[in-house]
Design a protein around this ligand. Sequence first.
Ligand SMILES: Nc1ncnc2c1ncn2[C@@H]1O[C@H](COP(=O)(O)OP(=O)(O)O)[C@@H](O)[C@H]1O
Ligand SMILES: [Mg+2]
Length: 257
Amino acid sequence: MIELRELSKSYAARGPAVQGLNLTVASGEFLVLAGPSGCGKTTTLTMINRLTEPSGGTVLIDGVDARSSDPVSLRRRIGFVFQDIGLFPHLNVAENAGIVLRLLHKSPAEIGARVDELLALVHLPAQEFRGVFPATLSGGQRQRVGVARALAASPRIMLMDEPFGAIDPITRDGLASDYRQIHERLGLTTILVTHDMTEAILLADRIALMREGRLVQVGTTNELISAPADDFVRAMMESPRRRSEALAAALKSGRRA
Ligand SMILES: Nc1ncnc2c1ncn2[C@@H]1O[C@H](COP(=O)(O)OP(=O)(O)O)[C@@H](O)[C@H]1O
Ligand SMILES: [Mg+2]
């Protein structure tokens, strides 16, 4: 379980980026943190693994204050995936996926077996991909290696910051649904950040909607649609349907011809 209590962050000489944020994410939950660009999603997410130090408030992970954990060991226990994950170009797929295990001084045999398992999990057959270098992979395949790398040390928690944001739409849909299956299969707790409300609705158990550094509402898609806290939530939740209706109308009117 992850509990954020009155969590706040102000960057030097700037207004608050996150203010008084309270949120509890249950074990096994898939929570999507959504909201417009600049609303504080990345700041919130990175305060959980202490890449960003909070200005105020508390992060509890399974009841333990994150401040009492050494940041390096905390980050080993929490997987992190972000846009353009940045694989090491001079390391092949297996070496990239297993880098954390090497840092943990696992034996080569143990690393090899685990990497094969991880590559199968992210649908990159080891026989084909183990020895391949990042430059020859597609963006989607690189993100799959990034997910494998983040899962290498068997974290129970995954933090994902717009992980599929730079990927073309068709590949992105496959990646997202494959990741949702990995989340289920491994019983992970996932917090995924996106500004894409369609992605949020397709993936989330619950959606937490942020605006201007504050959490506006948390709930299931149905809860947010049937009882939006305000016009902002209503507009955000309606945007995917509005867009698909506009698309259907455009197609019907023959504007595509
Ligand atoms: N390292 C930083 N230094 C100063 N300001 C920052 C820094 N990171 C983010 N901000 C500011 O904090 C606010 C929230 O940013 P961020 O958490 O990145 O939002 P989001 O991920 O929702 O786009 C923005 O106004 C942004 O400019
Ligand atoms: Mg961000």
